[in-house]
Design a protein around this ligand. Structure first.
Ligand code: SF4
Length: 525
């Protein structure tokens, strides 16, 4: 995705259990003296694709005055944890050492006061079960309503405009009183309140921990056990690189709970339907991950093959396939292989133009010029099939196509998109929550449910300044992911959302778009 869409975070958790819950393996052998913390920065590095603006860890150690210790900072994981300064890094790990820890990588759209927004959030309390830290991946679609309800209560105040703070207050409220509540009961109660995507990693000063995946399973969350080591992470690649081979996915509505050092699994909410975000396979997840049983790489590769089956342009020696780096590479390679056309790097990505805030469409075009260099030696005189994983706003793609032609000297540019048109916003944690920022809604009618007709595709191609444009359809996508639409969230490609607040936000987004009043993320109002 050339527009650098952002995700709302990755989470991880590690626990050194009282007794082995599985056989020893390479991951559990890495743990020295029951201290799991040295493993956590590496796990977070593998989740870096889910957020690069801040990283943090909260750990529990019963032999420390500060039973829960939190460290977080802005920057990539290696910046936050000073990984290029061995003595500073070692000092951070030493301070955090303990048998249980949770971690977080964060992305945010605003740059205000970043350290206070970084996670985990810690809530200190003198009573140990009320002292906790948690990390969150997702987006509560009913965040604004929850916030309003909270502020309507006597003497409540919020310092931030984030759903993470609301979750913290909701957790604190459920942990009130003189009797310690059961953690599954707490999650059960939260699930009745929350609408949207919410994966949580939680630890308290009693030394208990849980990870929980929302009842629709929007975002991935997986776990594994080796010897006494329990590990969980947003993506399987993080556990695989740690040394786990038997990696399971937490079912929607389930939580893994460690109480008194013992691991158990509890259902906290019924899963009436699943709604996995298809975008995880298309763009967000690490290509080496497996989500809910489907390899991200294989699904992207199938998307490329399907695009090749649909290809109707004449194919000759003057054709080349160029992936938009990096997430479209698997699809582009499969597309090229199927058509017998070389897949070449006609666009070189400058990997060091990275974590800069992108503020508007003009800036995006400038950013595209800085980020990608077209190679005339590869592109000149060629008919280029530019394979992209998705088109959200189109400004970067249009700028790229323009450069491929003007600077690269390509004769024709044909854009092939390995997903359906994005026609509606996302209210569940992907940073595209207004209609006005999207490319496709300008061309499709209000009743559009797909597939795109040829005339509309031609108009869109013209607007992008390319010779032709083809998308996959929703049924194509289902085939690629091998998960039926009844188990996927397809809100942004169908305009039909799996939760009530999705539909409410869409109505609001349409009204605001019509009135020219889209100023903030839709779910913030
Ligand atoms: S609306 Fe789209 S991006 Fe958002 S969760 Fe659903 S499928 Fe994913």
């Amino acid at each position: 995705m050339s527009e650098d869409l952002r995700h709302e975070c990755g989470i991880a958790a590690l626990y050194w259990l009282n007794k082995p819950a599985g056989s020893q393996g390479p991951a559990s052998r890495l743990v020295q003296n029951g201290d799991v913390v040295p493993l956590l920065p590496g796990v977070l590095l593998d989740l870096q694709n889910r957020g690069q603006l801040a990283g943090g860890v909260s750990s529990y150690n019963p032999n420390r005055a500060s039973l829960i210790q939190t460290f977080k900072d802005i920057g990539t994981v290696s910046e936050a944890f000073r990984m290029s300064h061995p003595s500073k890094h070692a000092a951070i790990l030493q301070r955090l050492s303990g048998p249980a820890a949770i971690g977080h990588t964060r992305y945010a759209t605003c740059g205000v006061d970043l350290v206070s927004h970084a996670q985990p959030f810690e809530r200190h309390h003198g009573r140990r079960w009320k002292w906790f830290a948690f990390a969150f991946n997702g987006q509560l679609a009913n965040y604004a309503a929850l916030r309003q309800a909270l502020l309507a209560r006597q003497h409540y105040h919020c310092t931030q405009n984030t759903d993470t703070e609301i979750i913290m207050h909701q957790l604190s409220y459920r942990l009130r009183g003189d009797k310690r509540p059961d953690l599954p009961a707490v999650m059960k109660s939260l699930a009745r309140q929350f609408d949207g995507a919410y994966n949580l990693a939680f630890i308290d000063a009693m030394g208990d921990m849980f990870i929980a995946r929302d009842a629709l399973g929007f975002r991935p969350l997986c776990w594994g056990v080796q010897g006494r080591l329990f590990a969980a992470a947003s993506e399987s690649v993080a556990l695989a690189n740690l040394g786990f081979s038997d990696i399971r996915h937490l079912e929607p509505g389930m939580m893994a709970v460690v109480r008194k050092g013992r691991l158990s699994f509890v259902r906290f909410a019924p899963c009436r339907r699943e709604a996995h975000c298809f975008f995880e396979w298309v763009y967000f997840a690490n290509v080496a991950s497996v989500i809910d049983g489907t390899s991200v790489y294989v699904s992207r590769s199938r998307a490329g093959q399907r695009l090749a089956e649909l290809e109707d342009q004449p194919i000759g020696d003057d054709c080349i396939v160029v992936p938009v780096p990096d997430t479209a590479k698997a699809a582009a390679d499969a597309f090229a292989f199927r058509l017998g056309v070389p897949s070449v790097e006609g666009l070189i990505r400058n990997r060091y133009v990275g974590r800069t805030f992108i503020l508007g469409s003009d800036t995006r075009q400038v950013s595209a010029r800085r980020k990608y260099t077209p190679l005339p030696a590869v592109l000149a005189g060629k008919r280029v099939f530019l394979v992209e994983d998705s088109i959200v706003r189109s400004t970067t793609l249009a700028a790229l196509a323009d450069q491929i032609r003007r600077r690269g000297g390509a004769r024709e540019v044909h854009v092939r998109v390995a997903c359906p048109p994005i026609v509606s916003p996302c209210f569940y944690g992907i940073d595209m929550s207004t209609l006005g920022e999207l490319f496709a809604p300008r061309f499709v009618g209000r009743r559009y449910r797909g597939p795109l007709d040829d005339r509309t595709a031609t108009r869109m191609a013209k607007a992008l300044g390319v010779h032709s444009l083809r998308y996959l359809t929703v049924p194509d996508m289902e085939q690629c992911i091998r998960i039926g639409s009844e188990r996927l969230c397809l809100g942004c490609v169908m305009g039909q959302y799996p939760t009530p607040w999705g539909d409410i936000h869409l109505r609001r987004a349409k009204r605001k778009f019509r009135d020219g009043a889209e100023t903030a993320r839709t779910y913030e109002s």
